[in-house]
Design a protein. Structure first.
Lengths: 381, 334, 381, 334
């Protein structure tokens, strides 16, 4: 007779609320970042897709270079470059259908233009012009979000609303490694999981939040592991492998579309440039680290694959280069013209129904501007 | 023509009715918050809505105010009209970043392309014996945030009418519900529910010639009571109920003050940096030469909301209002 | 030659940042709630500890009943009863050393008094008297926190500060299942893990946040699973098994003390009473559910064990009952006296250095009170 | 006796020096925030501190403002003096619940037993070409929160002196640093660094007899410039730098206004519900019979902070201030 049997009547029962888990989805994310390029699966990747990704990667890198140059010329107030992270940016945009929504963070201009937004309109905020340059409804791209992680609950709400309305729409929301520390990250993921909202969260872990390295941001085995605590699948992917990021995001989007709920994807990547043009990265990291990552460049990784599969002929490569150069030339040309802003617009859209106060202030500014004009015209004030 | 019985109703009932009618009239209206579904809210304002409209129209959310307001932003982006309940005034604070950085600015940010027709219902104010964090008057924060309308009813009819208009507005509205008036009763004709002045109009609740009491929300009944009591002292006080702090109805307020020449602003919120400063300043800017005395303020003290056993000393009451009226330099008149 | 070998030079390498995990702590929490009572381990439990736990459980239950009675008599403004959850309350207090700190949530009066705080002082807030009745430094108990989860970062900061000062102090912070949805929960756990702060988080999962059941609060396999995303151990324990909760918390406290960093403990329990005396629980749950849990009562579970081990003789049981009754009688007596509050204290501790504004307002109130007094005394005003 | 060279320094340098001296003087002073360590802060105000005092005294935190302030509360409970940096004004919003519900109230809640000597440094205001969320003036929120001191320097010497006093204070202080004055330079004797007036005292920066400009922080230099320009128009303007909004120095301000009989309040923050309303109202309450004209306000418009290319239209400039001075009913005098 065992001790337990001796005890007779009172066998330990779990508390009444406790239920064993039945969901077959693995609880933990992949152990090492998922890769496609350079693995056997790469052979199965659609050549058309790989070429589209490549075209956009090259274009993206060119865009980053051009925008950075524009900051030096004083044509852009500030630019947070995503050089080194183009695979995440581009794959995020390409993983979505046209009817889907993208919720970018402030660094995600490349994803925004890859969705179809005009490259100049995408820079409106960053050049010091109006806060958002594009119509969010035109390409279903939310405004670039500056307060970190605050866009995540928006994505959840929109996806949830779409589902309630019976629309087949998925939202993909982007955030940085630093942004995962914010309360809004937590609340958004939790709402998404509880509501089983069709939303995909893409964390670009580029190693830094400005100067703060990941080790000071989290002690988790990976950021993808955070998914467990919300009851959603977490995927860990090599963020410089465009094919892998695309595959993982596309699968997550599909899962969301089919009613499977949200997914958290962590893409491990690296910010090659400084935080923005205003930042001095040498204060917090060494060249060796950057160099190591240059060898793991997203464009180089994809180029190797394309070459290996004979998909990168001179003709195609030339067209890709030309396309990128044309985009850059157009950007240069149009960004060199000063935007025209009407100060009177300051009051127009604060409210749908304006207030007496604003009418007064509008009149004040108009009078000031008229006086200024008269001064300039040399007339009597 | 049938005549409909004009029956007494509480403010809470009028609010429930407003939500129900708004949900019936417009399928894009969604109610969400902590305990708003099955329980019907801790003040029972959402009572019955989940049953009638289903849990997706009246949703118990996880316990996270930033998440509630943040997801409401996304829902509004997709064309819904979320009506968010914050359980108590102080529990709206976690949602301030979403409120200030997004709710109030999205329309302006996108040059009108992305309006956010969100109503944020916030039970506010004291006088209900609530323990700490359950009696804050946080209207100063909302007033100082451009892009929000800030509305607060003081009567049963306004509770219904203003809430309907708030939900129908394409602007985000912070709708402040005076907790201690939830159970105030009034006769009210539910068949003529929207025949109230629109948001942005103040209303003279009592006419008088000696001085104007400018007030709103929970302090309206107190001011009316003070005006009654003032008769004994020979003062004939006018009481203006602002009804919305944003937009602010300069016209009605200034017309009254120009007539009476004297004014006291009354509110529960702390005085320093509170709504009264703005109101006194703008009335003075506009009516300076009509004023016989400075515009005075009777407000809560500049302290954290006191424990229930002491709250009566904090809240502006009839005596404190009359003391202020007495300080309006009547001798100068003599 | 495999496909991979054909590919030659470029083998897929993980991104440079990626590091395999080496920490041996299991990533996932126990699969079913940990139990001691009724299992073989129970035999090893220290009889003295079991008796102390039992004494406190009985006392706690009596306290809940007495406090609830006081609300009916208008002697308490509001009381959130923890009946059914006494094992968590008591074990939390007993798992700490005197020099440690407790950070209670608003429902945790039992843990507060088990730390040594005067039972009447612990009710100061809830009776409508001053916001905190006890000196937090006397028993190292932070004020009962009303805004949910906001006390968790406080616990982390205090534990971190103690460690920086070289003091051997652990903080234990309590929160409800609902509170885990707040951003502050997330931020606190993350800071704790990054700083390796000596702090233990105890989530009392009592099935409800007022009326909202756990299923609407989270989709996670358990709340303990949230630990994974912060890189700390998570433990799942039967919250009605006082010996189990104590053992798990004591181990977590020990780990924290020894520099092992934070732990998240989920105790599965049930709130037998309504949310507070003002709540009507029949609106959101049925009696059957409550009855099922009554059978899993923390006092009954421990009583069985004590009986089985012959530790519950008449003498001891009698003393326990008497102790509880004496506490209740004292509570009744002292709560029946009206507290004396001086309104002038309203201004005393808003600032260390008061302001001119407050001096004016103080004078105003004093004048009012004097006038009131004169009125009452029938004198001329 | 040796004479110490009085050298030019920027406000940012004076702030760094204040932090360094405070950390040297008191081992319980801890600096924490996003990027304050290795990088030295995005404005370089904490430059060198991590190197000198180690990472536990000047700590790069995870990116979570509520967590930063919330853990600072716990550290203060244990006897430390945390100096928290919020990276930009708008990024302090996520920490509002901790600020309002705990930082401002803990002393009062515990009847003085648990003071929280926390300094929250917030770079604020516009004029630096910052994109959205980088130029907010959020002082109205802080002013309306009893229990906080709200301090803002306008000179290099005050930057040092006030920050030292803020850190030494047993009260929580929101220390607002005017971003566009970070690189303003002044001669300053670092050996007499604390010889400035204490927190709670306003200072007359320029004496004058025609009217008083009441201002603070980034608008102080603008008002001084306006006063210079006003000479041409025949006005002799006095400029009062408030230095702290809480406590508010009624004495100095009212003494000035009683002397001049006219006043304009100038600040960048939105006018409606902004600090100017409180200031105008309290000056009027106290100086009514000395006023020749209503106290006017020149403030930012009641709009979300504009894009950089339009900010000059929003910010109170010399012309707008002079226009307001012109509206002070001078004809009445003649
Ligand atoms: C709420 C909030 N706090 C602080 C900032 C200031 N800030 C801008 S970017 C940044 C770092 C972001 O790091 P991460 O999330 O990793 O994104 P990355 O820059 O690497 O793309 C910080 C702290 C902000 N924008 N929002
Ligand atoms: C920030 C915040 N939001 C809302 C509330 C109102 N409220 C008080 S208790 C409660 C439910 C708490 O549930 P849980 O965390 O599970 O704790 P329990 O009541 O079950 O002990 C709510 C919503 C609050 N106190 N604080
Ligand atoms: Mg990053
Ligand atoms: Mg609970």
């Amino acid at each position: 007779m065992t001790v337990m049997e001796q005890r007779g009547a009172y066998r330990p029962s779990p508390p009444p609320a406790w239920q064993p888990r039945t969901d077959p989805t693995p609880l933990l994310p992949d152990e090492r970042p998922y890769r496609v390029l350079g693995t056997e699966t790469a052979a199965e990747a659609d050549p058309e897709l790989l070429r589209r990704l490549y075209t956009q990667l090259v274009r993206g890198r060119r865009y980053n270079a051009q925008a950075t140059a524009l900051t030096k010329q004083g044509r852009l107030a500030v630019y947070p470059s995503s050089t080194g992270q183009e695979a995440c940016e581009v794959a995020a945009a390409l993983a979505l259908e046209e009817r889907d929504w993208l919720f970018p963070s402030y660094r995600d201009t490349l994803a925004v233009i890859a969705r179809g937004v005009d490259p100049v309109e995408a820079l409106t905020l960053l050049r010091g012009d109006w806060h958002t340059g594009y119509d969010p409804y035109a390409h279903r791209v939310a405004p670039l979000s500056t307060p970190l992680a605050t866009q995540l609950p928006h994505a959840v709400g929109l996806a949830h609303a779409a589902r309630l309305k019976g629309d087949d729409v998925v939202a993909l929301a982007m955030v940085g490694d630093g942004g995962t520390s914010e309360g809004d990250f937590h609340e958004a993921l939790n709402f998404a999981a509880v509501w089983q909202a069709p939303v995909v969260f893409l964390v670009q872990n580029n190693g830094f939040a400005i100067s703060v390295p990941l080790a000071k941001q989290t002690a988790a085995p990976s950021l993808a592991h955070k998914a467990v605590g919300y009851g959603m699948p977490g995927r860990l992917v090599d963020g410089n492998d465009a094919a892998a990021v695309h595959e993982v995001l596309a699968a997550a989007v599909r899962r969301a579309r089919e009613g499977g709920g949200p997914t958290l994807v962590e893409a491990v990547t690296y910010r090659i440039d400084a935080h923005t043009n205003a930042d001095d990265a040498t204060r917090y990291r060494g060249d060796t680290e950057v160099d190591t990552w240059r060898e793991h460049d997203p464009i180089v990784l994809l180029e190797r694959e394309l070459t290996h599969r004979g998909l990168l002929d001179e003709d195609f490569a030339g067209r890709v280069r030309e396309d990128a150069e044309a985009m850059a030339a157009d950007l240069r040309a149009r960004m060199n013209r000063d935007p025209e802003l009407d100060p009177m617009h300051l009051f127009d859209q604060v409210y749908a129904e304006t207030t007496g106060q604003l009418r007064e202030q509008r009149a004040l500014l108009r009078a000031e501007l008229e006086a200024e004009q008269q001064d300039q015209e040399g007339g009597p004030r | 023509m049938t005549t409909v019985a004009v029956k007494p109703a509480t403010m809470a009932q009028a609010l429930t009715r407003a939500l129900r009618d708004a949900m019936t009239a417009d399928p894009s209206v969604h109610v969400m918050g902590e305990d708003v579904g099955t329980l019907g809210g801790v003040f029972r304002v959402t009572d019955g809505l989940a049953k009638e409209f289903g849990e997706t129209r009246c949703t118990d959310t996880p316990l996270a105010e930033a998440g509630i307001l943040g997801t409401a932003v996304g829902m509004a982006m997709y064309g819904l009209r979320p009506v968010v309940e914050m359980q108590f005034d102080a529990f709206a604070y976690p949602a301030f970043e979403q409120l200030i950085s997004h709710v109030s600015r999205m329309r302006n940010r996108t040059r009108g392309r992305m309006p956010l027709p969100i109503t944020v219902r916030v039970p506010y104010g004291g006088g209900i014996g609530g323990v700490e964090h359950h009696s804050d008057s946080s209207e100063a924060y909302y007033m100082a945030t451009p892009g929000l309308h800030v509305v607060t009813p003081a009567t049963v009819a306004d509770a219904y009418g203003l809430l309907r208009r708030a939900i129908a507005s394409d602007d985000p509205v912070v709708f402040l519900e005076p907790k201690r008036l939830y159970w105030s009763k009034d006769t009210w004709n539910p068949e003529h529910p929207t025949d109230v002045e629109p948001i942005g109009r103040a209303v003279v609740r009592r006419t008088g010639r000696s001085a104007t009491l400018i007030t709103y929300g929970p302090s309206v009944p107190v001011c009316l009571e003070a005006a009654e009591a003032a008769h004994a002292e020979g003062w004939d006080l006018e009481v203006v109920d602002l009804r919305s702090l944003v937009p602010f109805d300069d016209e009605t307020v200034c017309a009254s003050v120009r007539r009476t020449g004297r004014a006291v602003v009354v509110h529960e919120s702390g005085g320093f940096g509170g709504p009264g400063g703005e109101i006194a300043a703008r009335v003075t800017e506009r009516c300076f030469h009509h004023l016989e005395a400075p515009v005075l303020r009777v407000a809560g003290f500049d302290i954290p909301y006191p424990p229930p056993m002491l709250e009566r000393h904090h809240l502006p009451g009839v005596d404190r209002i009359l003391d202020a009226v007495a300080r309006l330099q009547w001798e100068a008149e003599g």
